[in-house]
Design a protein around this ligand. Structure first.
Ligand code: XMP
Length: 319
């Protein structure tokens, strides 16, 4: 695709002009955007770049292995893997307000990045995979809505005081363009085609207070849901699918035992840019199959519901 080839060349020149011979830290979230940003920047400035993958304990099942595998094995790009789950889950304990969760996570990410920057003798820049819709939806000063709907961690969730300047080479792209750029850069199709995953991760899919146990439960249920979507051949038709663990217990019956366990909501939407979305019309047999598997296989969940809200008036994530 010549458009993306031209974009790639131009973006590389811009990155070199902005960064000079300074060092850059790039935060990887496991999503497509930060991965594409990292590969692009690596092409521009080589070993001036250090990639940092922060596991905040709120990643999807097997996410860490996949990201680390892609960067170390496929690209041979050096990657620092920080297990910060105690730090993040500790600070998040008792926090249930959605914006407070986002702000807490944004601040901790910067703390970790600054810590890693120190280890390499300082970095002047922090690179992120911010896209155009993140910018519009997050910060009113950039000409978006006058009300902040939610502080996407790529932009609005960052603390005001930060020592590093931002490098955001994808800031004027939409998701489909980032995927095209990712293909242009040779990222494996399985990676480019992944559903979006927000920086705050499962934190915003656990309304109410977050615990490690809830995150584990959600991860297991979500893995089953995504596996069934893949088995049904629907993964690529869906913009994003995920599960939400509700802070509500309901009564159920398993065998001849009474149960009193959590409700899990399934979400799946179609969209082209994440700014508007329609709920995905799964057939009932599919939904029934997923519900049965989750309730049988995941301890702590005894009821499954499907979210049929489009955006607007809903948002894609629940927080
Ligand atoms: P909403 O929930 O605002 O989500 O309708 C729109 C798209 O953005 C993703 N999202 C985020 N991505 N950091 C990100 O990198 C964030 O803080 C964040 N919050 C939401 C969401 O998953 C959906 O694809």
């Amino acid at each position: 695709d010549w458009t993306m080839a031209a974009y790639r060349a131009e973006a590389i020149e811009k990155i070199r002009a902005q960064v000079g011979d300074a060092k850059v830290i790039c935060g990887l979230s496991g999503g497509v955007d930060s991965s594409v940003a990292a590969v692009l920047i690596h092409e521009a400035i080589g070993d001036q770049l250090t990639c940092v993958y922060v596991d905040h304990g709120l990643m999807r099942m097997n996410e860490s292995e996949q990201v680390v595998g892609l960067f170390r094995d496929h690209y041979n790009i050096p990657l620092v893997h920080v297990d910060a789950s105690d730090l993040f889950l500790g600070e998040l304990a008792g926090v249930s307000d959605p914006e407070k969760k986002r702000k807490t996570i944004g601040k901790l990410f910067i703390d970790v990045f600054e810590e890693e920057a120190k280890k390499i003798g300082g970095a002047d820049f922090l690179a992120q995979g911010t896209l155009y819709p993140d910018v519009i939806e997050s910060v009113s000063a950039t000409g978006g809505p006058s009300v902040t709907i939610k502080s996407h961690h790529n932009v609005g969730g960052l603390p005001e005081r930060m020592n590093m300047k931002l490098v955001e080479p994808l800031r004027d792209l939409f998701k489909d363009e980032v995927r095209a750029l990712g293909r242009e850069l040779g990222l494996p199709e399985a990676f480019v085609g992944r559903h979006p995953f927000p920086g705050p991760g499962l934190a915003i899919r656990i309304p109410g207070e977050i615990t490690r146990e809830k995150a584990d439960t959600l991860r297991k249920a979500d893995a089953i849901y995504i596996e069934e979507i893949r088995n049904a051949g629907l993964y690529d038709e869906i913009w994003q699918a995920f599960s939400v663990l509700l802070p509500v217990n309901t009564v159920g019956v398993m065998g001849d035992e009474r149960t009193y366990e959590a409700v899990l909501a399934l979400r799946a939407v179609t969209s082209t840019d994440g700014m508007t979305a329609d709920y995905y019309p799964f057939d009932h047999a599919f939904l029934g199959r997923v519900a049965t598997r989750i309730i049988n296989e995941v301890k702590g969940v005894n009821r499954v519901v499907y979210d049929v809200t489009s955006k607007p008036p809903g948002t894609i994530e629940w927080e």
